[in-house]
Design a protein around this ligand. Structure first.
Ligand SMILES: CCCCCCC/C=C/C(=O)SCCNC(=O)CCNC(=O)[C@H](O)C(C)(C)COP(=O)(O)OP(=O)(O)OC[C@H]1O[C@@H](n2cnc3c(N)ncnc32)[C@H](O)[C@@H]1OP(=O)(O)O
Ligand SMILES: NC(=O)C1=CN([C@@H]2O[C@H](COP(=O)(O)OP(=O)(O)OC[C@H]3O[C@@H](n4cnc5c(N)ncnc54)[C@H](OP(=O)(O)O)[C@@H]3O)[C@@H](O)[C@H]2O)C=CC1
Length: 336
């Protein structure tokens, strides 16, 4: 990974940042750019091996004259004691925490009706409670008395998040949490903002959806009049082998989003990290409680979620307008 930045080198000299999920995807790009700018970065997530590998790789980018450094600390942000330990270890190591980037998170894809409570809770605990715990601990242990800047990575959930309702709910909650904390902690000199990425391609993000292929069958159900998949003996679609054929299709989901993105291409982690650096930097000194969408306008445009044609809604109230439309349609039908 080659770190580039539009910002002045040395911008974050002597500053200390915690980046959760900093070993992969978007988090790795954020870490690389912060290092490039001279920051001392602590990356934190669950998988120790992946953390160490990323720290090794990213440390190669640091020039010998730089003040930057990288440390990997294992932490499951869902565990209060582990978050407390992450913050305490960072302070033991570096003596300060200027920045927190709550990037660690994720979800699985599933229609809401199929979600188990355990799965729902896993996503809420990770994305909402994990973010809250990290914010609260850095505040209590350092920022309350010294100020700082926090960036929360959320998602494009402005029109709900069909197919990932749990994460939509959690991210909307984090957006609101950001606003509350911006006010509660303003007097400590803390700025806190969110970034809502569009569809951002990385190898690790893609791998998370590798099992999604078979869901394509399930997604077809609303379009089938019988409201269930056909069986092989009925001459229709569903069989274990047919499903197996689609196992590799999950990652294609990212590519399928392209027509819904005004830029007509996917975003990349290196297009999120400059926005994070900006919000952490003095250039954003008057920005707090805000959300920056980094999505090439995707949230203003189309949705990947298809609603099949149906006539399940109640009829509209009878009256002159419904009557007028009915007459119009009758006339048009004659003309066609
Ligand atoms: C469809 C659009 C695609 C484009 C998407 C673009 C927008 C967003 C992109 C991204 O966010 S990319 C980032 C992707 N990275 C991640 O999501 C990584 C982090 N993810 C996780 O850690 C997990 O997915 C998790 C959901 C938070 C689960 O954490 P946990 O460690 O607790 O996992 P488990 O113990 O395995 O699962 C607990 C529970 O959750 C349910 N569950 C988990 N995976 C699935 C699944 N694939 N399908 C259905 N249900 C799932 C399940 O109930 C698990 O419990 P059990 O039932 O297995 O006992
Ligand atoms: N890619 C995209 O299109 C979008 C991504 N996002 C969000 O951006 C963030 C980064 O995603 P991205 O880089 O794409 O995908 P990745 O899967 O590469 O990153 C997710 C990171 O979160 C870490 N993580 C997950 N659960 C925990 C946990 N309980 N404790 C600590 N760390 C955890 C993972 O590390 P580990 O498994 O080692 O714990 C991993 O490093 C996520 O919050 C994601 O949901 C939002 C919108 C769009």
């Amino acid at each position: 990974m080659a770190a580039r930045s539009v910002f002045r080198s040395g911008l974050f000299n002597d500053r200390v940042a915690i980046v959760t999920g900093g070993a992969t995807g978007i988090g790795k790009a954020i870490t690389a750019e912060l290092l490039h700018l001279g920051c001392r970065v602590v990356i934190a997530s669950r998988k120790a091996e992946r953390l160490e590998a990323a720290a090794g790789e990213l440390s190669q980018l640091i020039s010998p004259s730089s003040a930057a450094s990288i440390t990997a600390l294992q932490c499951n942000i869902r565990q209060e004691d582990q978050v407390r330990e992450l913050v305490a270890s960072t302070l033991r190591l570096h003596g300060r925490i200027d920045y927190l980037v709550n990037n660690g998170g994720g979800q699985f894809s599933s229609p809401a009706a199929n979600m188990k409570l355990k799965g729902w809770n896993a996503v809420i605990d990770t994305n909402l409670t994990g973010t809250f715990l990290c914010c609260r601990e850095v505040y209590r242990a350092w920022m309350k008395d010294h100020g700082g800047a926090i960036v929360n990575i959320i998602a494009d959930m402005w029109r709900g998040f069909p197919g990932m309702a749990h994460t939509g709910a959690a991210r909307a909650a984090v957006e609101n949490l950001t606003k509350s904390l911006a006010i509660e902690w303003a007097s400590s000199g803390i700025r806190i903002n969110s970034i809502a990425p569009g569809t951002i391609f990385s190898k690790t993000a893609m791998e998370n959806y590798k099992e999604l292929g078979p869901m394509i069958f399930q997604m077809a159900v609303p379009c089938i009049p019988a409201k269930r998949l056909g069986l092989p003996e009925e001459g229709t679609i569903f069989s274990k082998t047919a499903m197996e054929n689609y196992k590799e299709l999950g990652p294609m989901i990212f590519q399928m989003a392209v027509p819904c993105i005004p830029a007509k291409r996917l975003g990349f982690p290196e297009e999120i990290s400059p926005a994070v650096c900006f919000l952490l930097s003095p250039a954003a000194s008057f920005i707090s409680g805000a959300t920056l969408k980094v999505d090439a306008g995707q949230s203003l445009y189309d949705s990947v979620w298809e609603i099949p044609d149906h006539s399940s809604w109640p009829a509209p109230p009878e009256g002159e307008n419904v009557g007028a439309l009915r007459e119009l349609m009758k006339k048009l039908k004659h003309k066609l």
